[in-house]
Design a protein. Sequence first.
Lengths: 237, 292
Amino acid sequence: MTQLLNVSDLRAYYGQVQALHGLSFSLNEGSLTTLLGANGAGKTTTLRAICNMVRSTGGIEFDGKPLSNRSTESIVRFGIAHVPQGRGTFTNMTVEENLQLGAITRKDSAGIVSDIERMYAHFPVLKQRHTQQAGTLSGGEQQMLAVARALMLRPRLMLLDEPSFGLAPLVVRDLFGILGKINREDKVSILVVEQNAQLALELADQAYVIETGRIVMSGNAKDIANNEEIRKSYLGY
Amino acid sequence: MELFTNQVLAGIATGAIYACMALAVVMIYQAIDHLNFAQGEMAMFSTFISWQLMQWGIPYWGAFVITLVFSFIGGIAIERILFKPLAKAPVLTNVAGFIALFAIINSSAGLIWDFTIKQYPTPFGSAPFLGSQLISTHQAGMIGVTVLLLLGLYFFFQYTRIGLAMRAAASVPESARLVGINTSWMIALGWGMASAIGSIAGMLIAPVVFLEPNMMGGVLIYGFAAAVLGGLTSPFGGVVGGFLVGIFENLAGTYIPGVGNELKLPIALALIISVLVVKPAGLFGRHIVKRV
């Protein structure tokens, strides 16, 4: 297994407040890795630090190349698609325009057209609504759109920030099913941050647990899910 | 009735200019959330450039195109040099920046070309349009050029990738960066386009108001009134607002006793205040709703 993403001694700051205290983890090519932890543990900050959206120090390497000190928009061009918390939908644009924006860095217009069709196959509801303003979609549909938009980049790595947030349980099942399929079939490595630990552990192969800006636990997702002590003390279920 | 039609058509002609100014103001407002008080002065300076080119013997349309390119590059340069460093500065700092820009451009134009009023040519002539006394060929030309410009901009923003990227950068900057759009350059591009649009307005109105460093003062106030009326967040609204203000200005000047030419400008200001009091989002703007 080759390492795709390697984060070492990551420290991040919001103004004077330090949010991450020397966090290290790695992600293998093709894996679906989850970062778990309570509210405020630093999960979102970790994803934002990878895309240089928050001031940070430490090493972040993607496919052997350092990402530190690169602008957010240039990091995207490495093939890293970030689905932010709150989905980042372009609400006053149509569903199809949102998908086109996902591929805005690509030059192959034929490939973009066929990828839009592929997304409509993954998410039929988006096809029904392709001329509709994205802001009129339901929360679940907007999350589907956000994932589809990220996939339009043809990413090597997808960062997902709390995809289950605010969604009905059935919708969450659907979405996670699709994420698993994308991971297996399209060979997209995924790093997903979740508060819904149970669900994330079912889906993931690798898991890390964060507490107050540090990694406190790492391992195979199945092992962590089966370890009652970890579950009780860190994951709360 | 003929007087009424005449005034409405004349209003549409000057309204076209207000629409261009409003559009330029709205484009910059959407990109950086500030009103460009110097928009009119930028347009005036561009118009002087075109006049100078014509003095050197370049034909009208050649000078027109060169001026567009100059204004586009100049707009980008102003953003890069003055407003990019101010991006995170407080509102008042930005306002001071705009006023400084206003004063600098105004005085430079006076220094270079002095403050005497100059004739400015029109390529359309000023004969009656299609033999009708209602509207002159120059007024028809103003409307025609503006309509072409608006159609071009519509296609640019609706059907090109760079137009899509610019809209994305203006509406949700963070998401735009996350799909790989260089939002900083999109803002600069918006400045360049706004500056070029303003220069077209300047060159079209110059035969009417004559060329001098203060020629755009009144025009910009009407442009602001148009932008506020249409809603500062809507380019379409700004354009509609421009035509409405143009018509309103002319009708008020003709039919309301005592307004005449002297009180037309206060009417624009009264319009700004009334819209802000009655319907702050304008006709087509969206209400800014913030979660607290």
